[in-house]
Each structure stands twice: as C-alpha cells, then as structure tokens.
Design a protein around this ligand. Structure first.
Ligand code: URA
Length: 243
C-alpha cells in the first residue's frame, strides 16, 4: 500500500496535515535519506524509511497491542465524558486505525488486544470461530457442582442461550472465586450467566484471549506491542495462518 507523505506523517502523529505540509515544503522530511519537498508524493510505509527534522520516525502503520485493561475505562474508540482504552495509548495508534478486538465492561480488568487489521479483528470476534476467552470471577455466594453443570449445559439468558461453558471453582464460600471459559462474547455475557444461576459477579478479570494470556509483567493500565510469535498465534486463531 502506498501513502502520500503528508498523510503518512500526520497519521503517525507528527503534526496536523497543514503543519506537516509546511515542514515537507521547508525540506524537513526525508524518505530513504533523500529530502522530499512534495507533500503529495506517495511512498510505501512497509518498505521506506522516514525521517523528520533529521530524526528517524517509526513509520509502521500496522501495529498490534496487548493491554492490561484497568477498571474504570470504557472499551470504545472515544467518549465525550469518560476515559477510554484508546486514551491509554499514544495518539499514533488511533490515527493508524488500531482498534480493540471486542469489548470488556467498564469495570472488567484484564487482557485486551488491539489491531489495525480489520479482517483479523472481525474474524476473531466471529462466533463461528469459537475463540476461547477465560475469565476469573469473584461472585457472591457459594458456587457448587450444580453451577458447573448448568454452565456446561448452556444457560438460557432470555434473548439467547449461551453455549456450553467450562466453570472451574477455585474457592467456594460466602464469596466464591471461579474461572470460566466461553467461546462467544455477547454483551455482559459472563455477568449474565452467573446472575442466571443466582450469583452476582463482584469482580471480573479476563485472563486469556484465544492463544494469548495476560503477561505477568503487564500491570493494570500498561500495554506493549504484540511479539511476532503472539501475532502469529492470533492470526492462526483467526484462521489466517500464512502457511
Ligand atoms: N462478560 C461480561 O459480563 N463482561 C465483560 O466485560 C466480558 C465478558
């Protein structure tokens, strides 16, 4: 894919389109070491090296991120009143079209993946792909084997019946701790499943998404780019393996 130089620099967050045009005309931009003064010339972000004011730019316009979503932020591209997960990333990710894959509720914490690859995003969310998501839930009341069975059978939630899900009880008592693995991702699904068997969810945390586990070194609110092998595993889960 080729992009105009001014658009490329603006997408990378270097400045507004008009600022960037002025800089280019003033001889501040170089592609592959050669000064370019025409903002409209097209280049290939995947192959060409870009610098501005003598400083090499990270010109990649396809990026993938793993984040430990904190509680209290919305999974949305933007919101006029409340902080969103996009606000936790540098502006460049928004301008190159990096989007969260699916949603976590405002108060849910845990793994959230972002990608610029719209096709992969779409495929990972397709219920037909059965991509597994594992959540750890703190619930009210004591969970027992009857709950495990109801999760395994598929719980009717009014507008739909949840697919069979695996519930593993880690601790049962006045409050309980459990892990649940689901293969779909309807609105408030995990909270609604527990509520349907008489247990409100007090805290919810996503431990894994498809082949990816939340890295232990990522504290709440932190993020990093996906490693090559993580991206390959995700592409495979999306049915896009390159081989
Ligand atoms: N299910 C929920 O109920 N909430 C989430 O954030 C994710 C799955």
């Amino acid at each position: 894919m080729k992009l105009r130089l001014d658009r490329w620099l603006a997408m990378l967050g270097a400045g507004s389109r008009s600022e960037v045009k002025d800089w280019i005309r003033g001889g501040k931009a170089a592609v592959n070491g050669r000064i370019i003064r025409d903002p409209a010339l097209s280049f290939d972000p995947a192959a060409d090296r870009l610098s501005l004011g003598g400083k090499e730019m990270d010109g990649r316009i396809t990026r993938h991120v793993i984040m430990h979503k904190p509680a209290g932020v919305l999974t949305a591209a933007r919101d006029p009143k409340q902080p969103t997960v996009m606000d936790l990333l540098p502006l460049v990710y928004r301008s190159i079209g990096c989007m969260p894959v699916g949603r976590l509720d405002k108060d849910t914490t845990g793994i959230l993946v972002f990608t610029c690859d719209g096709e992969m995003n779409h495929r990972l969310l397709n219920p037909g792909r059965h991509v597994e998501k594992c959540y750890r839930a703190l619930t009210e009341g004591a969970l027992d084997e009857a709950d495990v069975e109801r999760f395994a059978t598929g719980i009717a939630l009014g507008d739909f019946t949840a697919r069979p899900a695996e519930l593993r009880i880690l601790r049962s008592g006045e409050t309980s701790l459990a892990e649940v693995t689901i293969t779909e991702g309807k609105f408030h699904q995990v909270r609604r499943m527990f509520s349907a068997v008489g247990h409100e969810v007090l805290e919810l945390h996503r431990v894994s998404f498809g082949p990816l586990e939340l890295p232990a070194e990522l504290p709440e609110g932190a993020w990093r780019e996906l490693k090559e092998e993580e991206l390959a595993a995700l592409r495979q889960a999306a049915g896009m393996e390159d081989a």
